[in-house]
Design a binder for this molecule. Structure first.
Ligand code: FAD
Ligand code: NAP
Length: 852
């Protein structure tokens, strides 16, 4: 019979029939109306859940969440019988979905794609399969899954074993009877743990070969009764509310703050609570620092060890089961039901293959470096060659014959996990460096498929022949992925697939984006919003959008703000803006203790470090867009400035708009400066060494105060302008580029300027660049931020000062956004801003001394 596939051309070829492939076919074929051919190596749909039929296989996100959300009908009609469904039920669900969407007919099953070659002239892919069929397609959408290729065991001899040998990831479809048999399980990852607890009561003897113990916590599975099932199906929207806004895509409670700030009793109470509730809650709902801070992590690690020791009767076995060589969750956490109790059974044995490694599988069993064991059945639960191998197995060759193997010789690269530079029109769902490893997969899948479908729709509408990630975007994304991962404890794992370390010889790298689902989605949305920034359409590339260029810590902070439901600043009313400004105090490092004097008129706080005077003086004006902020907001930064610079810091109050519009704030801040000049010596300050300083709107006020001081004959040693807004009418590139943030937007900037000016005419007292002359002003340090809309006007002002003969230092900080000075607890690089200020203040002191 003639193969209808041979030589055919399609709009899209999809590879894989798991969660991703089924939805991708439906989306591309039924919603975009494209001609789609799909391939699947397995004999049916289901992907992971078709292959992994081992005893005890089940999901570890609740099934009401670990399922598609795109269809009302599917959610309403399907009822889950268990809180965490087992493999047969998940497979049945995916089969039911496939039938409902009628996607099976798009697939050619039992067919493995073996080579995928880009034909540059025709701008299409040539796809060949292991059954000899060939076709071409304008786009390839890879849905090959991250965990679909089993790791090859390092030890030889599998083929010599005379008993039954099974791999969990290709478990037989027929029932395997283990009764009365001597069974070995090699591997104690999520899979091994599920198998062991399931078969412990079935096998006559069960021997577990463990190399690295794992931190397993209770899953909390239970049957769901009929009434509850119906209720769940009818209330899916309610149940899922907030899922996508949660870091891992499941609406679990937010954490209680840092573990290190809690007492041991409080920690125990919170750990107990979420241990009992089961699943990922122990990681995500307990404390915010366990994934970032090794010391905090140790509190949860020790808690789990204690629970293991309580449950395992034999202390030596318990000790072997307690992980001590990696932080909790630096490997993907496994979950269990009666796993530890299995080791209390007399016929279950634990063998440590860290101290005596497995050397070979022999005809009769397993040989380690110290002993030989005999078995009837050996089960390999040794994991997967994650993320990269399934894609490499597609035999990809991109532009100019570029092999994916070569491209990835030093580890995987991609943009968003969705495209690989050099491989046009190839889209990957949940690829390496996507958010999928820490994101409930069906939701991650839907996000990726929707993104890809929109890209295809755009390419088709615009008749774009090639759609590809740029190398620069890939690099920027790689830096962000790596930077974020390095802020977590994950790189401290050993041998984890998270870092590619479970496969000998595989490059150690950041294999996924750990910034959480809300940030990932916000970045994807921004990329689309700016016209596919970082992608090249017909080789014309759009600039890499701001969020991809974020400093990793700034990105993480933004991600957690998004997860907490932060609305864009310009959508907030005045009270809300003020509340947000005050809430920034929680993001500041605490300031050191010191003597603080309160002055009532003009209102100010004077921070006096315990040093011999007379001391240099900093007059500081807080930020907040002239409409918010307070002396409280400036408290910690002022303490730190005083301490680090050995300076008296006067934090000056000023009246806020809109209640008090221009010129109230500039008058108040200048009055405070005049007062300081006259009175600061009474506090140990040197009136000949005053530096005026401000942050954001406070920096605008400082710049204006410097001009007024010059005109009034008040000598200043310096002015420090921390990302100052200079002129509301400035027309600059940064104003356009960062109009939508990150964090601070043009719309809120305009609102703030409007409230401050209150309709007044714009003069040098509001826009210092409009001064008739800038000559004779105090030396300036201008700090700007790469991703800030006021960046260019501030840098232009620095240029104007320099042109007028003012000594100027300009320091731009890459990857940071407006407001970060108040986020020192979460963005370590704010330290560099303080260091820059410190150097400048020191030079101001020297200059004055020289002049004297
Ligand atoms: P897969 O389901 O892996 O589907 C990919 C398909 O592509 C496979 O069927 C494969 O045969 C096919 N394929 C690959 N290469 C080719 C080729 N060259 N030619 C043709 N076909 C090819 N994630 C969670 O979020 N929660 C969980 O609880 C969870 N539990 C898991 C349990 C197990 C045992 C495993 C192994 C993984 C689990 N995961 C879990 C991750 C799981 O892989 C994903 O949740 C999800 O099922 C992946 O769907 P997918 O469609 O992206 O890929
Ligand atoms: P895994 O986590 O990589 O675990 C593999 C196990 O095999 C480890 O214990 C490993 O020991 C051991 N191993 C590998 N090579 C070995 C060797 N040569 N000698 C001795 N031991 C060896 O793989 P997995 O358990 O299949 O899980 C992979 C992922 O699939 C999970 O992280 C999870 O994402 C997913 N999954 C989820 C569930 C669920 O509950 N929903 C269930 C199963 C799988 P070392 O640690 O020392 O390398």
């Amino acid at each position: 019979m003639e193969d209808t596939l041979m030589g055919s051309h399609y709009d899209v070829v999809v590879v894989g029939a798991g969660f991703a492939g089924l939805y991708a076919v439906h989306k591309m074929r039924d919603e975009l109306g494209l001609d789609v051919q799909a391939f699947e190596a397995a004999g049916g749909v289901g992907g992971t859940w078709w292959w992994n039929r081992y005893p005890g296989a089940r999901c570890d996100f609740e099934s009401i969440h670990y399922s598609y959300s795109f269809s009302e009908e599917i959610q309403r009609e399907w009822e889950w019988s268990e809180r965490f469904a087992g493999q047969p039920e998940i497979l049945a669900y995916l089969e039911w979905v496939a039938d409902k969407l009628d996607v099976r007919r798009a697939f050619r099953f039992n067919t493995r794609v073996t080579s995928t070659t880009w034909d540059d002239k025709a701008a299409r892919w040539i796809i060949c399969t292991d059954d000899g069929a060939t076709c071409t397609a304008r786009f390839v959408v890879s849905c090959v899954g991250g965990l679909s290729v089993a790791k090859e065991p390092e030890f030889p001899g599998s083929e010599t074993f005379r008993g039954e040998l099974y791999r969990t990831s290709s478990w037989p479809h027929e029932p395997v009877d283990l009764t009365g048999k001597r069974v070995a399980v090699i591997g104690t990852g999520s899979t091994g743990i599920q198998v062991i607890q399931e078969i412990a009561n079935e096998a006559a003897e069960l021997t577990v070969f463990q190399r690295t113990p794992n931190f397993a916590a209770p899953l909390g599975n239970e049957p769901v009764d009929l009434a509850q099932r119906r209720w769940n199906a009818e209330h899916h929207a309610e149940l899922r509310a907030g899922s996508r806004q949660h870091m891992i895509g499941v609406p679990y409670d937010p954490p209680s703050g840092p573990a290190l700030a809690a007492t041991p009793d409080e920690r125990r109470r919170i750990f107990d609570k979420y241990w009992d509730r089961g699943g990922f809650r122990l990681l995500v709902s307990t404390f915010s620092d366990v994934i970032f801070n090794q010391q905090a992590n140790e509190t949860i690690a020790e808690y789990i060890r204690e629970r293991i020791r309580e449950r395992v009767k034999d202390p030596a076995t318990a000790a072997l089961l307690c992980p001590t060589d990696h932080p909790y969750a630096s490997k993907r956490p496994p979950f269990e039901t009666g796993y530890y109790e299995a080791y209390n059974l007399p016929h279950v044995h634990l063998v440590d293959v860290r101290s005596a490694p497995i050397e070979a599988i022999t005809p009769t069993g397993v040989r380690t470096s110290s002993k030989s064991y005999e078995f009837d059945v050996i089960i390999l639960a040794t994991g997967f060659d994650v993320f990269t191998r399934p894609l490499l197995n597609l035999g990809l060759r991109g532009r100019d014959g570029l092999k994916l193997e070569d491209r990835w010789a030093n580890g995987p690269t991609s943009y968003l996990g969705v495209q690989i530079a050099g491989f046009p029109n190839l889209f990957v769902i949940n690829g390496p460096k996507s958010a999928v490893a820490l994101y409930n997969v069906p939701l991650a899948t839907e996000d990726n498929v929707n993104f890809v479908a929109a890209a295809l729709a755009r390419a088709i509408a615009d008749k774009t022949a090639t759609f590809e990630a740029t190398y620069e975007a890939e690099e920027a994304w790689g830096r962000l992925c790596e930077g974020i991962l390095n802020l977590t404890v994950i790189p401290h794992s050993k041998g984890s697939w998270y870092m590619g370390e479970n496969i000998p010889g595989k490059a150690r790298a950041a294999y996924f984006f750990a910034g959480g689902a809300p940030l990932y989605r916000a970045i994807c949305a921004e990329i689309v919003h700016v016209g596919y920034g970082g992608f090249a359409l017909d080789r014309v590339s759009a600039p890499i959008p701001p969020m991809v260029r974020l400093d990793p810590a700034a990105a993480l902070l933004l991600g957690s703000m998004l997860a907490r439901g932060m609305k864009p600043l310009d959508e907030l009313n005045l009270d809300e803006v003020r509340a947000v400004a005050e809430s920034l105090r929680e993001l500041q490092l605490p300031g050191p203790a010191m003597r603080v004097e309160i002055v009532e008129e003009p209102r100010a706080r004077i921070y006096i470090p315990d040093r011999a005077g007379p001391l240099p003086v900093i007059v500081f004006y807080h930020g907040g867009g002239w409409i918010s902020g307070s002396l409280d907001l400036a408290d910690a930064p002022c303490r730190r400035l005083a301490d680090e610079n050995g300076a008296i810091v006067v934090s000056a109050h000023y009246r806020l708009a809109p209640e008090h519009s221009f010129p109230a704030a500039t008058d108040d801040t200048f009055a405070a400066l005049s007062w300081v000049w006259k009175h600061v010596s009474a506090y140990g300050g040197d009136p000949g060494r005053i530096v005026v300083m401000g942050e954001s709107a406070g920096a605008n006020l400082a710049a204006v105060a410097a001009i007024r001081a010059r005109d009034a004959g008040i000598p200043l040693a310096g002015q420090v302008l921390i990302y100052p807004p200079i002129d509301p009418e400035a027309s600059t590139a940064s104003r356009t580029e960062f109009a939508d943030g990150p964090f601070f937007t043009r719309a809120i900037g305009e609102k703030m300027w409007g409230a401050y000016l209150g309709g007044a005419e714009l003069t040098e007292l509001a826009a210092p660049s409009r001064a008739s002359s800038l000559a004779g002003l105090a030396p300036a340090l201008v700090l700007t931020l790469e991703l800030d809309m006021s960046r260019d006007e501030a840098e232009d002002y620095a240029g104007a000062l320099a042109s007028a003969g003012v000594p100027v230092r300009l320091h731009r900080f890459d990857g940071l956004f407006h407001g970060v000075f108040n986020m020192s607890a979460f963005i370590p690089r704010v330290r560099e801003m303080y260091a820059s200020i410190g150097e400048f203040v020191a030079t101001c002191k020297e200059q004055i001394t020289e002049a004297a």
